[in-house]
Design a protein around this ligand. Sequence first.
Ligand code: CA2
Length: 147
Amino acid sequence: MTKPIFVLNGPNLNLLGQRQPEIYGRETLEDVAQALSELSEELGLSVRCLQSNHEGQLIDWIQQARRDAAGIIINPGAYSHTSVAILDALNAFDGPVLEVHISNIHKREAFRHHSFVSARAEGVIAGFGTEGYLLALRRMATLVAGR
Ligand code: CA2
């Protein structure tokens, strides 16, 4: 059995589907996790979906992924724009990393245009709504198969 893909979500993404549907849509994070789980079976993968509002917890999971995950899909939320510590943790992970943003961060405020994590990610998806997670998982299947 191959190792799971860790799908990590950062601060406030637990509120998905509850507020600001015009930006983030109506699906909850649980809906996303369910859809990812179904797609992962189709792709012959498995996923472990995790969310935290705490930077250190996200870093602990990224470090755990060094041993336990085949790849990481991450939406670091606002930490994308601030966290060198998350970038450092991802740099210590050897597998593929894909970054997802539900909204198009380049169409929003200037402070969202730069992500520290993008320097490490094999690819970045932004502005595809929650469908972006599923697209990232399809791409992850290709990347993992190529290793
Ligand atoms: O577009 C994305 O996925 C973001 O990573 C979401 C972050 C934001 O800080 C990034 O710039 C772009 C914010 C997540 C907040 O999520 C909420 C969802 C529903 C209601 C309130 C917040």
